[in-house]
Ligand binder design. Structure first.
Ligand SMILES: NC(=O)c1ccc[n+]([C@@H]2O[C@H](COP(=O)([O-])OP(=O)(O)OC[C@H]3O[C@@H](n4cnc5c(N)ncnc54)[C@H](OP(=O)(O)O)[C@@H]3O)[C@@H](O)[C@H]2O)c1
Length: 283
């Protein structure tokens, strides 16, 4: 199955195209290439500064808007009720569309070191209230979060009327965030894997290379198929058309239970160093 159904009944393609670092004229071309390769689920964010490129590529593809699933994200430095409404309006204008399919809070806290860093609990709850209103007004089809660990979700759920539909987390072989994943599964929150290939850092891992040879596919494909078989929605990014197409075929490879277990027991590898509650550690 190419789609899954979120906890509010809407369908989402299990493979989306990640657009981080696809910016400027080149960004537009990359996104249009991805659409032509077959992607209909596009993952952007205010932070990526390419919402205009995403909107332009969608329009110029000639494919009806309804065939796309478009995600954008609220910048972590603009949390709070009023900010959320203003930031959402900016995103929708830049995208040039009348609704966003999925809108996420990008991170639960402002940037490390910012003056609001310690005020996140109230800011998150207020952002969520604004997002719930935007959802009820029909401007968003599903709302969710990103990089939320269980304690961030516990805080949100104290006042939330709507349970997040999605939590987008860094997930790939070598970084599996089991506690957050188990929490989301228990609450019916769908899980999206960002950097599902560990931004290419994990592709030379010996176990993944061995499995790639065994299954006759690339190590990238092993990462993506592993994430899909774990039940995650995946958001691979590539600037190369052949890789875009190969990544889109990740549902075709079936990894055995025994090999899935081996990947699950890999030591921590390829983590980006980004953590919602701490300063980023450079990998
Ligand atoms: N919510 C968040 O906080 C957050 C954070 C980071 C990312 N994201 C989302 O997740 C998306 C994906 O993450 P990402 O871009 O960091 O990492 P990624 O998709 O895991 O890795 C991208 C890297 O892998 C390479 N690659 C892609 N396909 C390949 C293949 N088949 N074989 C070999 N190498 C391949 C790409 O190189 P080429 O481009 O040269 O092919 C690029 O260097 C982002 O674009 C963004 O939408 C979200």
């Amino acid at each position: 199955m190419k789609d899954i159904v979120l906890n509010n009944g809407i369908s989402i393609p299990r493979i989306g195209f990640g657009t981080y670092k696809a910016t400027t004229e080149d960004g537009y071309r990359i996104i249009l290439d991805a659409i032509n390769a077959g992607y209909r689920h596009l993952d952007t964010a205010a932070l990526y500064e390419n919402e205009e490129d995403v909107g332009r590529a969608v329009r110029e593809s000639g494919i009806p808007r309804e065939e796309f699933f478009i995600t954008s994200k609220l910048n972590r430095n603009y949390l709070g009720y009023e900010n959320t409404k203003k930031e959402f309006d900016k995103s929708i204008k830049k995208l040039g569309i009348d609704h966003i399919d999925l809108y996420l809070m990008h991170w639960p806290r402002p940037d490390f070191g910012s003056s609001d860093f310690d005020d996140w609990e109230e800011l998150d709850r207020e952002s969520w209230r604004a997002m719930e209103e935007l959802l009820k007004a029909g401007k968003i089809r599903a709302i969710g979060v990103s990089n939320f660990l269980p304690h961030h979700l516990d805080n949100l759920l104290q006042t939330a009327e709507i349970i997040p539909a999605v939590n987008q987390l860094e997930l790939h072989p070598g970084y599996l965030q089991k506690e957050a994943v188990d929490y989301c599964r228990e609450k019916g929150i769908a899980i999206e894997a960002w950097s599902p290939m560990g931004r290419a850092r994990v592709l030379k891992d010996p176990l993944l290379s061995d499995l790639a040879a065994k299954y006759g596919v690339s190590a990238a494909r092993i990462c993506l198929s592993f994430c899909l078989q774990s039940g995650f929605i995946i958001l691979p990014k590539s600037t190369h058309i052949d890789r875009m197409k190969d990544n889109l075929n990740a549902l075709d490879t079936v990894i055995s239970d025994e090999d899935m277990k081996k990947i699950c027991s890999m030591p921590e590898t390829g983590w980006s160093g980004e953590h919602p509650d701490r300063e980023t550690i450079k990998p």
